[in-house]
Design a protein around this ligand. Structure first.
Ligand code: PAF
Length: 281
């Protein structure tokens, strides 16, 4: 695996591979890699002949009081693990390489980025859309791979790529979970042992809401039950637990179209997000 830090080196390497007839896959990450990320890398390797991973903790997607400074950074373990999983190239740009002095352009996706996490984290999806657009245009891959764990992010990116005609196929990969159902996330590192013991309630609760709605339950009533279950289990503030159209992320009255249960809730200083699909009626 070759590690590069400049856009010029990234493009030179990809140009050589293109000339040799390779197809290119891109897996953007913020590092602190875990098995969820390695599933993305493996998916990418099966889909393209060259897999490029990126590690960049993107400042523009963090709010002023969020965890940009303390976000876990484990670069040397990440490099070893990416090599072991068969990644061909790691792109690790600095903040000034990505956002040189004077940068001012932003990408805003509209309603998809303004609901759910967009309400609780203003500017979050604008930061994501901007950095992902830049990474896609820098690498011009055939395919780019993202996790369903960040379901709203995946929908935002799919919409953005369609809307502004970025010539790339976006692939979503199912969430990887611990045996007790907790979705793998770099932010799980913030959980104390006592909080970690409470964390499985999130998946349990959204799964039971999904099942109740699939069986004809009222989405609002079942979501309210889900929130109560989280609070009883020991979660702090529940930012949302809601049923949404799987593509538009607008509220639904039933599950007649593909529907998703999405939730975000606090456990100590960790804000956990998770989602599941509602099986068709
Ligand atoms: O999912 C992430 O790790 C980030 O939001 C992404 C897509 C790498 C953009 O910074």
């Amino acid at each position: 695996m070759v590690t590069v830090t400049s856009i010029a080196e990234l493009q030179e390497r990809i140009r050589d591979w293109r000339r040799a007839g390779d197809s290119i896959g891109l897996v953007p990450t913020m590092g602190a890699l875990h098995d969820g990320h390695f599933a993305l890398m493996r998916h990418c390797r099966a889909d393209a002949t060259r897999t490029c991973a990126t590690i960049f903790v993107n400042p523009t997607q963090f709010g002023p009081n969020e965890d940009f400074a303390s976000y876990p950074r484990t670069v040397s373990a990440d490099e070893d693990n990416l090599r072991a999983v068969g990644v061909d190239l790691l792109f690790m740009p600095s903040v000034t390489e990505m956002y040189p002095p004077g940068h001012s352009t932003r990408v805003r996706v509209g309603p998809l980025g303004e609901t759910l996490d967009g309400t609780f984290r203003p500017g979050h999806f604008e930061g994501i859309a901007t950095v992902v657009t830049k990474l896609l245009l820098q690498a011009l891959p055939d395919v780019a791979v993202f996790g369903e764990k960040d379901y709203q992010q995946l929908q935002v990116i799919k919409r953005m790529v369609r809307d502004i005609d970025i010539p790339v196929r976006i692939e979503g990969v199912p969430t990887v979970r611990e045996p007790d159902g907790v979705a793998l996330s770099s932010r799980n590192a913030y959980l104390t042992p006592a909080e970690r013991a409470v964390a499985p309630a999130l998946y349990r609760s959204i799964r039971s809401v999904a099942q109740a709605v699939a069986e004809g339950g009222n989405p609002d009533r079942e979501a309210a039950r889900g929130v109560e279950a989280l609070e009883r289990a020991g979660f702090g503030r529940v930012d949302y637990l809601t049923l949404r159209d799987a593509e538009t992320l607008q509220p639904v009255a039933d599950a007649s179209r593909p529907t998703r249960v999405l939730a975000a809730a606090w456990l100590g200083r960790a804000r956990l997000i998770d989602n599941v699909s509602v099986a068709p009626l």
